[in-house]
Design a protein around this ligand. Structure first.
Ligand code: SF4
Length: 358
């Protein structure tokens, strides 16, 4: 993929002019600190800027440099991340911070090959660090850029296939302003977020309209093309809240899934919706071996929509004389005050908030 200098210059001039007038004022923009660039990129993956902003500010305040993040207790980092979802990002982030501090003298590599070795850093984040922090000529291609490129060049190749992604990366590489790669990359993202939006792009006010193939060929409604429809699995989770006086029973998830290391209440999962009665008669429930077998409160249904899963959750609250003998590996008793220090998945946090535990 190659564009003549004049074409590239026109594209960049229009983009930069628009950016100088309308750029978003975000705290990580203009930073040449690779730690802050990396932190913002990790937080913003699969997260809207409006949601990620407060988390970025919170993390930078608590951990102003990578050493402080690396030395923080893991539970504290997970608690700070609570509510942002995709918890593997937090786990990878913490382990990468330790690796950079312990093995790389607290400095992020300034090469693609060096960065890509680090846990949780893929092509996108490596390009972001190299262009924003080190001003190196690497084009950053996120969801915004995929959309802008697909529309601007009228690309009908699905953008969620390796072929489509490679094609768009080549277009972006070829258009990249090599003198100011950081400004170019940020301008492309802001342009995608504010003008060439996922729905109803603002073509009437777009400075690139005259040369946009998607607009000229009236394809903006169908571009970008995606090949896959996301299939969602429905999971039914029944959480058991066993309380006795000031104590409550929790367990830490050790399974290697999206909630690894987070806390939860003892849970039974079923593949379909079941009544409370049949749940209480199940072997899994009997294995708790509690004396008073009925909950005092059964919550309404709590739902959480994840990218590939729909969670249908219910909480069964028990007030017991003692929770010492409840059988379950990995459970531990905490006080209501200690409960506040633990990181929970979003759906449990919603339950705790509604019930005034937090
Ligand atoms: S004309 Fe419309 S579709 Fe083309 S780049 Fe501008 S906003 Fe996007």
């Amino acid at each position: 993929m190659y564009y003549c200098g004049a074409m590239r210059k026109t594209f960049t001039q229009k983009l930069f002019r628009w950016y100088s007038l309308y750029k978003r004022n975000l705290p990580w923009i203009g930073s040449n600190d690779p730690y802050k660039v990396w932190l913002s990129e990790v937080i913003l993956q699969q997260t809207r800027v409006e949601q990620g902003l407060s988390y970025y500010q919170k993390f930078v305040k608590k951990y102003p440099d990578i050493q402080q993040l690396a030395n923080a207790p893991h539970d504290e980092v997970m608690k700070m991340w609570e509510g942002l979802g995709y918890y593997s990002r937090a786990r990878n982030m913490h382990s990468t911070a330790k690796q950079v501090v312990e093995e790389l003298n607290s400095s992020f590599p300034d090469t693609y090959e060096g960065l890509i070795q680090l846990k949780g850093i893929g092509q996108y984040t490596a390009h972001a660090i190299l262009s924003y922090a080190y001003k190196k000529p690497f084009a950053v291609v996120d969801g915004n850029v995929l959309r802008v490129m697909a529309r601007y060049f009228g690309i009908r190749e699905p953008i969620d296939t390796p072929k489509g992604k490679t094609l768009i990366q080549q277009h972006a590489d070829s258009l990249l302003d090599k003198k100011e790669p950081d400004v170019f990359n940020q301008a492309m993202m802001d342009f995608g977020a504010l003008i060439c939006k996922p729905r109803q792009p603002d073509c009437e006010n777009c400075p690139l309209q005259k040369s946009c193939a998607g607009y000229q060929q009236e394809l903006t409604d169908i571009l970008p093309v995606k090949s896959k429809k996301i299939k969602r699995q429905t999971r039914y989770l029944h959480f058991f809240v066993f309380r006795a006086g000031e104590k409550i029973l929790v367990e830490q998830r050790i399974a290697n899934d999206i909630w690894k290391n987070l806390y939860q209440f003892p849970v039974i999962e079923t593949s379909k919706n079941v009544s409370s009665k049949s749940l209480m008669e199940s072997e899994d429930y009997q294995a708790f071996r509690i004396k008073n077998p009925l909950p005092v409160i059964t919550s309404p249904i709590f739902k959480q929509q994840l990218t590939h899963q729909q969670l249908i959750c219910r909480f069964y609250i028990f007030d017991l004389k003692s929770i010492d003998k409840i059988k379950r590996s990995g459970v531990k008793q905490v006080t209501f005050t200690q409960l506040k220090q633990l990181a929970f998945p979003g759906v449990i946090r919603d339950f705790l908030k509604i019930n005034d535990y937090f």
